[in-house]
Write a protein that binds this ligand. Sequence first.
Ligand code: AKB
Length: 316
Amino acid sequence: MPSKILIIGACGQIGTELTTALRAKYGVDTVIASDINTRNLDLVNSGPFEIIDAKNYNAIHDCCIQNNIKTVYLMAALLSATGEKYPMEAWDLNMNSLFHVLKLARLKVIDKIFWPSSIAVFGPTTPQQNTPQHTICEPTTVYGITKQVGERWCEYYHDKYGVDVRSVRYPGIISHKAMPGGGTTDYAVEIYHKAITDKAYTSFLSEDTELPMMFMEDAINATIKLMEAPAENLSIWSSYNVAAISFTPKEVAETIAKEIPDFKMNYEPDFRQAIADSWPSSIDDSVARKDWNWEHQFDLKKMTQEMLDNLKAKYS
Ligand code: AKB
């Protein structure tokens, strides 16, 4: 049987588009999508799909054996805002799912893993501007702690057992297909939807909160490019900084208002403000650019155009 790819957490914001991109590249039947439920019916009906709870080792193991899975993309996670509400659930899901796939690679059931980390590994003591690849990481969210610890485990499994596990620290990801859920950067997706449906948006972050962000197409390209890079070119086996654009709620509102002149923006910061304040404003991703030729394509203007065009079509 030819070897296949498994995506765990395929119904989520990134998993949905990663599934489509990997199927376009390697063939629909080569890529098995899985999630804990069938909440994204378009995805479920678009090719092979299995119900898998990422916390269930046996379910992942059996799927890998039965389908000759050699590569796993582990996209299931509880994000920063949800993690603060359900800390033990976040720890349980984010850590145990990672341990399960690392174990499968150590036992040579699978050959290669992609596991996303996040800018949440950084904290208030990290340099906020142009945050370097190697720097102080003292995260103050449960999600950030799971990602930081996960990075250490990835590097450990690589160094100790030769496991090929690759990772990027995603910034906030902006897309118009599946909605994000439970993140601090989610405002930057919601704002585009509300701009089309209500011509108004109330941001849960203050107007001058600058965070690193990336358009989905760039995030998918980064993921696939890193996974295809020759192992000998890679110098980071914890997780690579990747960056594209940084902006504030005010800046994105102003960019939207150029297309929708009567768009109204309000600000009501909530508990997510403290999370955002602990994260960097911009990221130095020169190591990724050097090691595997990472480059982004979308700036704020180009991304806004793409978001508004697609969402106008969706809601019309
Ligand atoms: C979140 O806001 O929690 C995520 C992230 C930056 O990892 N989007």
